[in-house]
Design a protein around this ligand. Structure first.
Ligand SMILES: Cc1cc2nc3c(=O)[nH]c(=O)nc-3n(C[C@H](O)[C@H](O)[C@H](O)COP(=O)(O)OP(=O)(O)OC[C@H]3O[C@@H](n4cnc5c(N)ncnc54)[C@H](O)[C@@H]3O)c2cc1C
Length: 406
């Protein structure tokens, strides 16, 4: 039996960062992962360039960028490991990066640079990494220490950190391991569901829009009512099966099955005024006038839905034009579902924060910690999920080393 101070299960973003920090603080750390490749999700993230953080985080208002039954849970960790702290580490490793849209930071060269950085941090901390190596069972011995039966041997440690992520993209190693361990030790979980995921629609109802596949345009999208209302101004992408693009990925984390989403397809245009002006001055078809206000493919698909819209604009009734403006500005539709974990960037829900310490990430089961996406904290699109992975890992590693010294 091999002994360590800490065993980290999962060599992804959170697990590697936690292992490196804990190792450098003098702990004997083992990190293991059942996958052959290390940190596959980092590798594929941000189109291969990893959107590794976001400059725009307001830790006083975590609900602005994080979804959780208790968004305030992530405040403490996020305020102790800020985007600037992580940027400083990235710079120390000579990784160049650039800012894209809305504070999002991406590696200039490749996400591989970030993986190399995390591995170098682990090496600096003398961390042992076993891959591929799964965990068959976890049990607590008479001293309250953990025995893990792994594919290599049984390991013993007083502390175990579960960093096995969520359920999205099963083909690169996602499992429900973390939720099972939580249940084994009597911890509560919030039902997991796919987040940051394209939404799908019924085949027949979608037929009028299927031809728009590939079209992208800026929209205002919303879901929910009153207190639960959530809105995003982002780009929408039509696909063969439904809707995607940043607007839909963002709203998907708030959308509840059976409820509608509403989309303003021309948020920057005063449609009623523009159509009235065109009616007074133009003899062109409505479709041609509309094509000066929205993409022409969208204009064609829209007017095809109503005979009253298939005529010269000068001959259209005010009522028909008002209906057209209203339908473009408030397109309401109910998704039948989502593309699921196969395409979801994240998993909402997870280990219930009521059973975790926001200071240390330790659960009510002493010595058992949960960090990263396995926890019921999910960020918006734009680098927030990695920032949560770094911040929760840092809080956990700090606590582990302080407890050792104490
Ligand atoms: C396509 C895609 C693009 C993304 N792009 C971004 C982005 O640009 N910016 C951003 O902030 N977020 C992005 N995300 C989300 C981000 O990748 C995750 O939120 C983040 O990786 C979570 O870190 P984690 O360490 O908790 O989990 P992961 O990074 O998923 O790591 C979990 C690790 O645990 C291992 N594991 C699982 N089960 C077991 C088991 N039973 N035994 C042993 N090991 C196990 C897995 O193999 C994996 O290596 C993206 C996600 C996807 C899918």
């Amino acid at each position: 039996m091999q002994k360590f101070d800490v065993v980290v299960v999962g060599a992804g973003a959170a697990g590697l960062f936690c292992a490196g920090v804990a190792g450098q603080r003098g702990l004997r750390v083992l990190v293991l992962d059942h996958s052959e490749a290390v940190a596959e999700k980092i590798r594929i993230s941000g189109g291969g360039r990893a959107n590794f953080t976001n400059r725009d985080i307001d830790v006083r208002q975590p609900h602005k960028h994080f979804v959780s039954e208790n968004p305030n849970f992530c405040r403490s960790a996020l305020s102790r490991c800020t985007p600037s702290d992580f940027i400083a580490l990235v710079q120390k490793h000579g990784i160049t990066f650039h800012e894209k849209h809305k504070g999002q930071l991406f590696c200039d060269r490749s996400a591989e640079d970030l993986i190399a950085m995390l591995l170098a941090e682990c090496a600096a901390g003398g961390v042992q990494r076993w891959q591929p190596c799964g965990v068959k069972t976890i049990r607590v011995d008479g001293n309250g220490h953990y025995e893990l039966d792994t594919d290599r041997c049984t390991v013993l440690a007083p502390k175990v950190v579960v960093a096995t992520g969520g359920l999205s993209i099963p083909k690169i190693g996602a499992t429900d391991f973390g939720y099972r361990v939580a249940k084994q030790f009597g911890l509560r979980t919030v039902e997991p569901r796919p987040g940051l995921v394209p939404l799908t629609f019924d085949g027949e109802a979608w037929a009028p829009y299927a031809g728009l596949s590939g079209l992208s345009l800026p929209v205002l999208i919303e879901t929910g009512d009153k207190k639960t209302r959530m809105a995003f101004a982002e780009d929408l992408l039509f696909t063969h099966r439904g809707l995607s693009g940043p607007a839909v990925l963002q709203i998907s984390s708030y959308w509840r099955e059976g409820t509608p989403i509403r989309i303003n397809l021309a948020p920057e245009v005063d449609l009623p005024a523009a159509l009235a002006r065109a009616k007074a001055t133009s003899r062109k078809l409505i479709a041609n006038e509309l094509a000066t206000l929205v993409p022409s493919r969208l204009a064609d698909a829209w007017v095809a839905q109503d005979k009253d819209w298939q005529r010269p604009i000068s001959e259209a009734s005010d009522k028909a034009l008002a209906r057209l403006a209203e339908r473009l500005a408030r397109w309401e539709l109910t998704p039948t579902g989502s593309e699921g974990y196969k395409k979801a960037e994240v998993t909402l829900g997870g280990v219930d924060t009521r059973d975790l310490s926001s200071q240390t990430m330790e659960s009510k089961q002493p010595g058992l910690y949960f960090i990263g996406e396995v926890v019921d904290v999910t960020g918006w699109l734009g680098g927030y999920n990695f920032q949560w992975a770094w911040a929760s890992a840092q809080a956990c590693a700090a606590a582990l080393s302080e407890q050792k010294i104490a």
